[in-house]
Design a protein around this ligand. Structure first.
Ligand code: SAM
Length: 375
């Protein structure tokens, strides 16, 4: 069994833990902005291919007590068989989080790990690996805390939120993994209409359709775990085939519709939807939501209106929210409405009473995923 950490958006720790369990991970424990898990190798591969919510997955390589600079240096040298894991022909990078006595700066701590590794390599081979911050062959992560150090491998090859379908981003787009998590929290299952009246580049709609179809987000991605010393290509191919099979099963979905007033952004949403292979399932209408009619429902409305911190400055946000509330009350009787709000002062203008308020961090902005049951 491998021990691992899924790094998650703040607020999606429980949902992220549920996703890990559903994909077969064991001993899953939600933490702050993360969830710990254990997985055998097939499961670890499956998580990389199929998880939607994490930014990254870390696999523990070694752990050792650490109470200062020397114990970090020697721990790194001794706890891992570097002859096996990092030949000088391979590049690497080290990231660090957490602190220990005398080790309060992540950048310094990462350098200390790097120095320990390259010194060990020089002893073994008389030469050392180069650092590559962009596309390293081996991506290491150090976490310090509670008197110990954990050295992990990041096998993702870049943040998992980058699914590859979004060349065009509109204004203030949601990260794809966050959007997937928000959809998960709605419990939408594809059998009722889903509408985003302020859809921007279409991220919520794309992640919803992708979720409903079980499209595996990792199928097009190059994972750096494929270069690990203990990479098992046969197991990987099995998991890849399993993920492809899961992704190919299409089922009928209720209408998925977006509305966007900015014609350029609406076109960007359409091209993102096409790039995700979902144009048969999602329709984008260009126009103001005030002139838009919901399809026969009930269904689910999701939206991420401007809230003044990133886009919408200078706009009359108050009347936008007030008109959104009026439109929803008039048209969405029986629907579930979810609004991502980063501005508590403005959501009152909806004049609707939220039945749930789930704290979520959206790129560092403290937001609420507000659930309204329009009756
Ligand atoms: C915060 S962005 C949504 C971002 C989106 N969730 C994404 O991931 O790309 C809000 C969007 O609402 C659009 N918008 C603002 N007022 C609107 C209106 N009255 N009708 C329709 N769209 C509107 C803006 O053009 C902007 O693209």
């Amino acid at each position: 069994m491998h021990r691992g950490i899924a790094v998650l958006p703040q607020g999606l720790e429980e949902a992220g833990a549920q996703e890990l369990i559903a994909l077969g991970a064991k001993a899953v424990q939600p933490l702050r902005r993360a969830a710990a898990f254990e997985a055998d190798k097939p499961c670890l591969y499956r998580l990389h291919l199929q998880c939607r919510l994490p930014f990254r997955l870390l696999r523990e390589l070694a752990s050792f007590p650490c109470d200062g600079r020397d114990s970090l240096y020697h721990g790194v040298q001794d706890a891992v068989d570097w002859e096996r894991w990092l030949h000088p022909s391979m590049t690497f990078r080290v990231d660090a989080t957490g602190t220990a006595q005398g080790l309060n700066h992540s950048h310094y701590n990462a350098l200390q790990v790097k120095n320990a590794i390259v010194d060990r390599q020089r002893d073994l081979w008389g030469e050392r690996s180069s650092v590559d911050l962009e596309e390293p062959d081996l991506h290491l992560h150090l976490h310090l805390g509670r008197g110990g150090a954990v050295l992990s491998l990041d096998g993702c090859g870049g943040s998992l939120h980058r699914r590859g379908y979004r060349a065009a981003m509109g204004a203030a787009p949601l990260k794809e993994n966050l959007a997937a998590g928000l959809i998960r929290l709605t419990n939408w299952d594809g059998t009722t209409p889903l509408v985003d009246p302020l859809c921007g580049s279409g991220t919520l709609l794309i992640e919803a359709a992708s979720l409903a179809h079980n499209h595996c987000p990792g199928l097009q991605r190059q994972f750096s775990l494929e270069g690990w010393a203990d990479f098992d290509n046969e197991l990987w191919q099995d998991e890849l085939a399993r993920a492809k099979h899961r992704s190919q099963k299409q089922r009928p979905l209720a209408p998925i519709i977006g509305c966007e007033q900015d014609a350029t952004i609406a076109d960007q949403a359409r091209s993102n939807i096409a790039a995700a292979g979902l144009d048969d399932w999602i329709t984008i209408q260009t126009g103001d939501f005030r002139n838009f009619s919901l399809p026969p429902g009930p269904g689910v409305v999701v939206c991420n209106p401007p809230y003044g911190l990133r886009v919408g400055d200078g706009e009359d946000l108050e009347s936008l929210y007030s008109d959104l509330g009026t439109t929803l009350k008039a048209q969405a009787s029986g629907w579930d409405v979810w609004v991502l709000s980063g501005n508590p002062g403005i959501t009152g203008a909806l004049r609707m009473k939220a039945s749930r308020r789930i704290p979520i961090s959206n790129g560092g902005i403290d937001c609420r995923w507000l659930h309204y049951q329009v009756r």
